[in-house]
Design a protein around this ligand. Structure first.
Ligand code: MGD
Ligand code: MGD
Ligand code: SF4
Ligand code: MO
Length: 699
């Protein structure tokens, strides 16, 4: 039962943040009967605004389906049964030892998530390398913003979603928003776009659907799925032709433009219209709005990023921003709207296969030495880079793959592409351990399920999409029988004989270790303290010292590359991995609904949200539906080369004639990931969630 007034809480009104998306909206929790209720709070990110998910989030704390004790499966075809912590930890210890003896250290893996606090992400990375001695750790961020992260690193030398605070959005003259449905995925952000409109600014949205976000724009570019690089190159082609490019900026602050100029020279407007389906007139209007603006921003989200050419797509838009001189100046720049609550911090502190804390590289001898010395281990025993999320899941239970997997904060049975295959791989493991609040679809398949504390029951930090590090306080006690992830990780480490390396499971102690580990790294948190965060409404990294103000805006003087210049990368348009054909004549794209969150483990248990979005649906244009004899509300069957799923037809005039859209929040036959294509980006290893070829029929 939640109870206020714990040590550390100053009053009955506890300031904290929403448990869900990357905005990390500020909110207050107040006592309400035996539980807690949400109250609006004026925090600089959301300024009092919250979406329905935020308003209803406390319902999950005392939800009857909540896990309150560990579960164990005794035999592979048996059922899960209640167990003590002692039994569960014993089973994990024995299972890990057996796999290590039979198949080696790299046969045990860890799968993390972008909803974990910085403290958890850090501890999980250390746990994998120091307690498990495995190279095999990766996380669901690969499925999220990894393409934008890789592109920003290449172009700017640093990956922070937004290089400026959200409030700057209102001050940009023109904004091009590509593949973001912010009006539904982060609604309080829209106030900044409204502010921009009030200031006389223009908003352009590129999306195959006329979403609520596109409806808020002055210009909607309704592109064919998977044609983003052609759009970017086409806009740059027009900008060059009309003399909109900033030669002085290109000369003084960038390198590599000539190759880009050569590549885009063949992206004539009529050709780009043929590829993207966007009329030449609209291309010209967009190029003019961007080119003539004194300040402009180009922002991407999952639309262009979740593609097998996601990195190229983002690089093409960065090229456009750089060529127009719209970067590295106030109220300008390229940014990525990161998605998960700690999607930003989760990628900085070492739960990614190739990474060490502070955004350090696991391949770099100096970086390895710094971390090994802090962890008190010999650098030679620190594992090398492991493989990426999908590649790890794809090989579970195989000869050369993992035999044991520990999952914290992800539900890949719903959210990974080619889900049927991933389910079979999960079943083939000798040991699957899942820590969650509820019996997620992945936990249902586990050998050991560990019940963990929810956000309001533990303290920790998160880094929002602006690079602002925020603090969540512990407002209530977890139910008896439930432990925090930090306690769980430390307990398993102790069982494995590595307890000395994990002396504390207190978030504050782990955060101070994280600060030291990140010191001198790209994502430097050395100067950030819990007290400062609370006093200053968050602190932006890098923040190398307690007397350093933090860095709300990056790149105003120089980019983070060795020579300080941003780098152009020539990018050509290539078709998606799969194009419609006779057998599968339509594009299928996927994404989100306002009232559901991610794999749905949490939001499918909140009644008010279920009422708004009760079941799997597919958006189809009314004219196409008529051709197939499909009426509003019909149950339909969708098929791709990976499998079949079912959904309710939602006749939607705002979706392209050649495109179906299906959200990914639902389970069973309603999983759109039964259909999606696991083709991976060669650099980011992002699956092609946003484009594949499909067929639809009435069932
Ligand atoms: N309600 C809600 N909010 C969320 C989440 C949630 O699950 N539910 N999840 C959070 C997370 S982790 C994330 S990553 C963000 C995601 O936030 P968004 O990126 O805004 O969400 P999506 O719906 O995945 O995709 C955005 C848009 O991309 C469009 N799109 C599809 N294909 C293409 C294409 O080929 N090119 C272009 N340009 N656009 C295309 C889709 O039509 C869709 O409108 O949301 C966060 N907020
Ligand atoms: N087709 C399609 N698939 C997609 C996408 C898409 O657009 N289309 N988007 C992709 C994207 S952007 C993302 S981010 C992924 C997300 O997909 P998932 O990784 O599955 O994300 P969640 O549903 O947030 O899963 C988090 C799970 O961990 C639990 N959890 C949350 N916080 C904690 C915590 O602190 N500790 C523990 N132990 N458990 C916790 C939740 O209850 C939930 O079961 O899906 C990807 N999959
Ligand atoms: S926009 Fe995101 S952070 Fe804000 S209330 Fe909604 S889910 Fe929570
Ligand atoms: Mo995401």
């Amino acid at each position: 039962m939640p109870s206020l007034g714990l040590p550390g809480t100053k009053s009955a009104l506890s300031e904290t943040h929403c448990p869900y998306c990357a905005l990390q909206c500020g909110m207050s929790l107040v006592p309400n009967g035996s539980g807690l209720a949400v109250k609006a709070r004026d925090f600089p990110v959301n300024r009092g605004g919250l979406c329905r998910k935020g308003w209803t989030c406390t319902e999950l704390l005392d939800n009857p389906q909540r896990l309150r004790h560990p579960l164990i499966r005794d035999t592979k075809d048996g059922d899960l049964r209640a167990a003590t912590w002692e039994e569960a930890l014993g089973r994990i210890e024995a299972g890990i030892h057996r796999v290590q003896q039979q198949s080696g250290m790299d046969a045990v893996g860890v799968f993390g998530g972008g909803s974990l606090t910085n403290e958890k992400a850090y501890l999980l990375g250390k746990f994998a390398r120091v307690a498990l001695r495995t190279s095999q750790i990766d996380y669901n961020g690969r499925f999220c913003m990894s393409s934008a992260a890789a592109a920003a690193l290449k172009a700017f030398g640093i990956d922070r979603g937004l290089p400026f605070p959200l409030a700057d959005i209102s001050r940009a003259q023109t904004i091009l928003l590509i593949g973001s449905n912010a009006a539904e995925t982060m609604p309080p952000v829209m106030q900044y776009f409204q502010g921009q409109a009030r200031n006389g600014g223009s908003l352009i949205v590129a999306d195959p659907r006329k979403t609520p976000t596109a409806q808020a724009a002055g210009l909607h570019l309704q592109l064919t799925p998977g044609t983003d690089a052609a759009l970017a190159n086409g806009l740059l082609h027009i900008a060059i032709k009309h003399g909109y490019i900033d030669e002085a900026f290109i000369a003084s602050r960038t390198t590599g433009f000539e190759n880009v100029r050569r590549v885009v020279s063949s992206y004539w407007p009529d050709r780009v219209e043929r590829i993207t389906g966007i009329p030449e007139k609209q291309l010209a209007a967009a190029a003019h709005l961007l080119g003539a603006a004194p300040t402009a921003m180009i922002l991407t989200a999952r639309g262009p990023e979740q593609q097998a050419r996601g990195v190229d797509n983002v690089l093409a838009f960065i090229n456009l921003a750089l060529a127009l001189g719209q970067a590295g100046r106030l109220y300008c720049g390229y940014g990525c709207l990161t998605g998960q609550g700690n999607g930003q911090g989760g990628r900085e502190h070492g739960q990614k296969a190739d990474q060490l804390p502070g955004y350090r590289s696991i391949d770099d001898p100096e970086h390895r030495a710094h971390i090994a010395s802090l962890w008190n281990i010999d650098e030679r025993v620190l594992p090398q880079a492991g493989c990426s999320a999908y590649e790890m899941l794809d090989r579970l239970g195989t000869e050369r793959g993992l035999r044991a997997l520990l999952v914290f904060g992800s539900n890949p049975a719903i959210s990974a592409p080619r889900a049927r295959h991933i389910e079979a791989r999960l079943r083939a493991l000798d040991l699957l351990v899942v820590s969650d609040f509820f019996l997620s679809e992945t936990a249902e398949r586990a050998d050991v399920v560990l019940p963990s504390a929810q956000w309001a029951e533990e303290e920790g930090t998160m880094t929002n999409l602006e690079g602002r590090v925020i603090y969540r306080q512990r407002v209530a006690a977890p139910p008896a029988g439930v432990r925090t992830d930090l306690e769980i990780v430390c307990a398993i480490a102790a069982r494995l004989g590595a307890g000395a390396y994990f002396p504390s499971s207190e978030a504050a102690a782990i955060f101070s270790e994280l600060r030291r580990a990140s010191a001198g790294g790209t994502a430097d948190y050395a100067g950030i303290t819990y007290e400062r965060i609370q006093r200053e409404n968050g602190v932006f990294w890098p923040c190398p010292g307690e007397d350093h103000p933090g860095t709300p805006r990056l790149f105003l003087d120089r980019f983070a590359t060795p020579d300080g210049r941003a780098r152009f990368h020539p990018v050509g348009y290539r078709e998606p991995a799969e194009q419609p054909d006779e057998e599968f004549p339509l594009y299928l794209t996927t994404g989100r609904l306002m009232a559901q969150y991610q794999s749905g483990t949490q939001t499918r248990r909140v009644q008010k949200l279920v009422q708004l979005a009760p079941s799997p649906l597919v958006e189809i244009h009314p004219s196409i539906a008529r051709n197939y004899g499909i009426a509003q509300g019909d149950t339909v069957r969708l098929t791709t080369r990976r499998g079949t799923a079912s959904a309710i037809a939602q006749l939607t005039p705002g979706v392209r004639l050649d495109t179906l859209f299906m959200p990914f929040h639902f389970s069973g036959d309603g999983r759109v990931n039964l259909l999606t294509n696991p083709a991976l980006d060669p650099v980011s290893r992002m699956p092609e969630f946003k484009v594949c070829a499909a067929r639809i029929e009435k069932s």
